[in-house]
Design a protein around this ligand. Structure first.
Ligand code: URA
Length: 259
């Protein structure tokens, strides 16, 4: 009986021991799990913090947009407004005989703007500047010497409706039409404005000197630099000045490279 009691007590303590061990194991396991969880939580927090910051920056950029694209779009809209006014302009008698008025054409953010005299036959038909023979010569120099595409420059005129028989525009026509040119220049804000021929040089420089005296030179103005060269139509009629015309374009290329 006494032996049985001792045996029972021993079993009881063994049982207690086992219970204690199991509990200890469970407790240890809990502690480990808690540590793992903590680490997991920390990692998750860090990640979510990083993601939050990244998202913030991304949101900021999406909201603001690419400044270059925005400027181009804004300038484009402003130029469209000038274009609409040119298309419906009736300020001088030239509108009566035009087929189409000819607004400027090209990049709203062009670094260089070319200014001709007035639309000719082809331009009057198509409503786009320099798309006839003179235009072909001008474009070939822009491509070959400046390595630029038509879409990278801006091409415009002093007068926007074709004068009868391509006569030189009159002073009053130039006075009424040239504000459109200055609006375009203000919007585009180019570095260089190339005057093609005497009427453009006169308007841009407010000088009445001969083209032979003005050509080949840069004239610094408050907002941009003006360079004077021959009108392409004059070069086509006088091929002996083609070399000078090429030299002028090389000067333009050098100016654009160095600024
Ligand atoms: N000559 C110009 O002066 N402008 C044109 O657009 C075309 C020919």
């Amino acid at each position: 009986m006494g032996e049985k009691l001792f045996e029972d007590i021993e079993n009881f303590f063994t049982f207690l021991d086992e219970c204690l061990n199991v509990n200890l194991l469970i407790a240890e396991d809990r502690i480990e799990k808690t540590n793992d969880q903590k680490k997991e939580d920390e990692d998750r927090n860090k990640k979510s913090k990083r993601k939050g910051l990244f998202d913030e920056i991304l949101d900021m950029h999406m909201g603001l947009g690419d400044p270059y694209i925005m400027i181009k779009e804004e300038k484009g809209k402003l130029l469209e407004d000038v274009e609409q006014r040119i298309i419906s302009c009736k300020l001088c008698e030239l509108h009566k005989e035009r087929k189409r008025a000819v607004p400027g054409d090209g990049s709203p953010t062009a670094r260089v703007v070319f200014v001709g005299e007035a639309p000719g036959f082809e331009e009057d038909k198509k409503g786009k500047p320099f798309v006839g023979k003179s235009g072909n010569l001008l474009m070939s120099k822009i491509k070959e010497i400046l390595s630029l595409d038509r879409s990278e420059v801006y091409i415009t005129n002093v007068v926007r409706c074709r004068p009868p028989q391509n006569r030189t525009p009159e002073r009053s026509e130039i006075e009424k039409c040239s504000p459109y040119l200055f609006e375009e220049l203000e919007i585009i804000s180019p570095q260089l404005v190339v005057a093609l021929g005497a009427p453009a040089a006169k308007v841009l420089l407010m000088k009445d000197e001969k083209i032979t005296e003005l050509r080949g030179n840069f004239y610094r103005r408050s907002d941009y630099t003006v360079f004077v060269t021959f009108h392409p139509a004059y070069v086509l009629r006088n091929p002996n000045v083609m070399e000078l015309f090429n030299e002028d374009f090389k000067k333009i290329a050098e100016f654009l490279r160095s600024t």
